[in-house]
Write a protein that binds this ligand. Structure first.
Ligand SMILES: [Zn+2]
Length: 395
């Protein structure tokens, strides 16, 4: 049966019941994501931040220099998370970064500026590029996903570092299941789990699932992505907290603040109006976004307009026009990705189209928003992104 016929859309936002994270509609036709979003205006956020301060003060290290591990990259949330950890919680973080290899020069610059401005130490994880390419080729062909290694690496490396250095606290930004689909109430204060990582971040593909007799991936290629044991996590007491349970999470406002305070740099993307997010990556808003669109019938711009509708900054009608404009834009840098993986353009197009489902798609030729206008003026038009920066120490 065609899934299109069965889906029901929320009366307030653009999500429907086909959302891959799962969504529920109440008796008024409003989705769980919109309902949980209402808590942003009803909870006492000062009380919640004080609660977070109390929880985290117990992790102030007496022995070593680091109190907490903070996963970062050269994109949007990292500056805000480190800002909260250092300036509001008064903790000394060890920053950790998984190298996804699809780095833009702007992302490398943002990361270098981040560690300089916050005067922080950072650890990088560079999984050997041969394994990364083998894994990515396989996840692309089998699951239509080029981001598995990035998500697997960036969600496991912080936990591995916590285990190795016995630093039990990890602080993340937003829990996507809460922000997008209202999977939990903020009051539940859900924490990082191995299960959520597997079911949602890794779309139920465990590292060991990649080792099959039908490809050339071996255990040596995937051991870097394996989660520490429960025994180890329990012995050290490792826990991961999400800031959006304690701070009224608003990415637009936060990113603008980070531009002003720390000179975080944004950029213009091809398939969205939001200039702040994923600027560190060649592929997230391009080939990865195209695959999302092919498989699920919506792309990242829908997530972003839904967020803006809920904050009351745009109407549903305007959001629909924006989506119809941006989701049909041609993604950039497909050639670079093919070159990286050693796949020619024809084969890449064939693989991509094999994931295309027939969704009814509206089209619109005109963009109609000035999102974050004041902060678009600062975008450096001279930045020309030509090739992946495989590894960079930054400026
Ligand atoms: Zn909704």
């Amino acid at each position: 049966m065609n899934l299109e016929n069965k889906k029901l859309q929320c009366k307030k936002c653009l999500y429907d019941t086909n959302h891959p994270l799962g969504i529920l509609l109440d008796e008024h036709g409003i989705c769980s994501g919109c309902r949980i979003h209402e808590e942003k205006d009803t909870l006492d956020w000062k009380f919640r931040l004080d609660k977070l301060k109390k929880i985290t003060s117990r992790y102030k290290s007496k022995k070593s220099n680091y109190d907490v591990i903070v996963p970062v990259n050269g994109s949007h949330d990292s500056y805000f998370i480190v800002h909260v950890v250092k300036n509001l919680l008064n903790l000394n973080p060890l920053l950790v970064c998984y190298n996804k290899y699809y780095n833009t020069s702007l992302g490398i610059h943002n990361l270098a500026n981040l560690i300089t401005k916050f005067n922080s130490d950072i650890l990088f994880k560079n999984v050997n590029i041969k394994s990364v390419k083998k894994i990515t080729k396989y996840t692309l062909v089998k699951y239509g996903n080029i981001y598995w290694h990035c998500l697997a690496g960036s969600t496991v490396f912080p936990v591995q570092v916590a285990e190795k250095f016995k630093i039990p606290l990890i602080i993340w930004g937003a829990h996507q299941g809460i922000e997008q689909v209202g999977m939990f109430s903020y009051k539940n204060e859900v924490e990082m789990t191995k299960r959520y990582r597997l079911n949602h971040d890794l779309f139920s593909v465990d590292p060991l699932d990649l080792v099959t007799p039908y490809n050339n991936i071996t255990e040596e290629d995937i051991f870097q992505y394996i989660y520490p044991s429960f025994e180890s996590i329990n012995t050290i007491g490792i826990r991961g907290l999400y800031l959006n349970n304690f701070i009224r999470w608003d990415p637009k406002i936060q990113n603008e603040k980070m531009i002003k305070m720390y000179n975080f740099k944004n950029n213009i993307h091809s398939r969205t109006f939001d200039n702040h997010e994923y600027v560190d990556c060649f592929n997230y808003m391009n080939i990865h976004d195209l695959l999302k669109y092919y498989k699920f019938g919506y792309s990242k711009v829908t997530d972003q307009v839904v967020r803006e509708i809920r904050f009351g900054r745009i109407s549903k009608k305007k959001a629909e026009l924006l989506v119809a404009y941006y989701q049909n834009q041609t993604p950039k840098y497909l050639g670079l990705f093919g070159e990286f993986l050693g796949i020619n353009n024809q084969s890449l197009q064939y693989i991509l189209s094999s994931f295309k489902k027939n969704f009814k798609i509206k089209k619109n030729d005109k963009p109609i928003i000035n999102f974050s206008k004041k902060f678009t003026k600062n975008i450096d038009k001279n930045i020309v992104e030509k090739q992946y920066i495989l590894f960079g120490k930054g400026a």
